[in-house]
Design a protein around this ligand. Sequence first.
Ligand code: NAP
Length: 246
Amino acid sequence: MLRQLPDDFSALVLGASGGIGHAVLKALLDSRKPKRIIAVSRHAPGLEDSRLECLALDITTQEGQDTLAAHLKDAPLHLIFNAIGMLHDGNAGIAPEKRFEDLDFDALARLFHVNAATPVMLFKTLKGSLLGKHPIIFASLSARVGSIEDNGLGGWYAYRASKAAHNMFLKTAAIELKRLNRQAIVLCLHPGTTDTDLSQPFQARVPEGKLFTASFVAEHLLDVMDRRTPDDSGSFWDWAGEPIVW
Ligand SMILES: NC(=O)c1ccc[n+]([C@@H]2O[C@H](COP(=O)([O-])OP(=O)(O)OC[C@H]3O[C@@H](n4cnc5c(N)ncnc54)[C@H](OP(=O)(O)O)[C@@H]3O)[C@@H](O)[C@H]2O)c1
């Protein structure tokens, strides 16, 4: 697993109670290679292991980011896997927009905050754990619909644009991080349509065989990360290991 990283590597999983985040966390725990795994989520991931440290906090807030930094105390991190993201929120009346009339300031701001601002803020929060000479994979879940060139269907304004912003933030952070740690690999990853709460309302229109389980996706994303080098830092890949155009 993740051959670039040392035996006894330290991992941070954000969104550890979400569908894909939880599956990646389980895959890491199934391996003997990680020595320390820090799982961040608002709800406990419900897993136990002597190597696992669970932090219950909301990483989309400054308070949550500060609590994480205080916990880490600049200890080196080798794998950062961000699985946080949102598409809809029934309680807040947020759903993907189909037409101009659906556009809403609050929904646009919320999705940009969770999907784009939160991941890039991690670079500030984690800077002390990233700089140095140790190998790092910083992978953050994006979505193919965030590809501007690939946008042939329209709709889903907030989600698409917040993922495009996510990708620009990650690409920009990859450039700065290279100066602080030449071994760092920053990746935007598309998991494919995965059977989780996020995709649940839209699963009926997914073609047969194209709705993946979270464990299948976790396995493939780990494999995609395993095949990357620092020369790939600041790039966008799908679950099958194919590059995606910005
Ligand atoms: N599922 C798909 O088909 C699919 C396709 C393409 C891309 N993706 C991307 O993959 C990532 C993971 O999605 P998933 O399918 O695993 O969805 P999920 O099961 O809904 O998990 C989403 C995660 O994001 C966290 N989150 C959402 N809104 C938050 C907020 N306001 N504040 C703090 N945490 C928040 C959730 O935390 P809580 O558990 O605390 O709510 C959860 O850990 C997302 O970035 C998504 O855009 C998914």
